[in-house]
Design a protein around this ligand. Sequence first.
Ligand code: GLU
Length: 323
Amino acid sequence: MRKKVWVVFLVVALAGFLCTFTSTTVFAAKKFVSIASGWVVGVYYPLAGAISNIAHKNLPDIKITVESSGASVANAKLIASGDADMAILQNDIAYYALKGTKPMFDKEVANMRGITALYQEHCQIQARRDAKIATVKDLKGKRVCVGPLGSGTEQNAMQILEAYGMSFNDLGKVERLTATESSDYLKDGRLDAAFYSVGVGASGLVDTAMTVDSVIVPVDGQAAESLIKKYPFFTKAIVPKTAYKGMEADVPTVAVMAILVARAEMEEAMAYQITKVIFDNIKDIERAHAKGKEVTLESALNGMSIPLHPGAEKFFKEKGIKK
Ligand code: GLU
């Protein structure tokens, strides 16, 4: 009888030991990487989700988690503080972060490195048709969402208004809402217009246009010229009339680039592995959002506004993209 008790005791002890041992070793081997993305109804978030899935399927040692956020400015700060290992953000904001441009940043974000350029983000001002906003000047006195807190959109809204000789003070009401909220507010008439620097076809804008008669307000002419001159990350771009329900013609505007970055502290081998796995599985990125089709090896360095991470650089050199 005593022997039996001992055997049971030993088996239980051994099982316990094995459980603890294997679980700790599994956790020790797995590395966690967080990506600060953007708006749930934007493009960063679904794209970061695709990157996380690719890692899940192909890199057993790395688990990538995705966080939603206000986006570009907030993301650069998360990289600086080490609260995110990777981020998607606008190339203009990445550059300003690196330089510590005030008042956006109170100090330089010196530890941000480029992984790859992704796709073009258009500055889109979506307005209710009944608000009768044909040009940026007509935003005067209107209720406008200038972008979520911590967004690149808010900075672009400021720059665009400035190019038209205006500022937030000219607006009737200035809102800083999440993109989901601004879409809801436009739909139910609590807003007249909203700024979004986001990939064309972002679900927030598609959804608004399905529900309420809306227009995209152009950013063009002399104002666009002076904007590009003062802020050279902007380029001229077109929102095609097929983008949203109710559009009657192509609309000229300006655009920036979305880029994927990592902390400089990320090991070179890991940055290399992540860059490689993205391009080896580019079909999965294409499937995540229409904008994913713009992510190509050939254009990986177009608009990259900050120094590359050595891991990404190694990969692009191997592929002959970088000398
Ligand atoms: N470019 C946007 C911003 O930083 C975010 C867009 C997105 O989440 O897709 O304001």
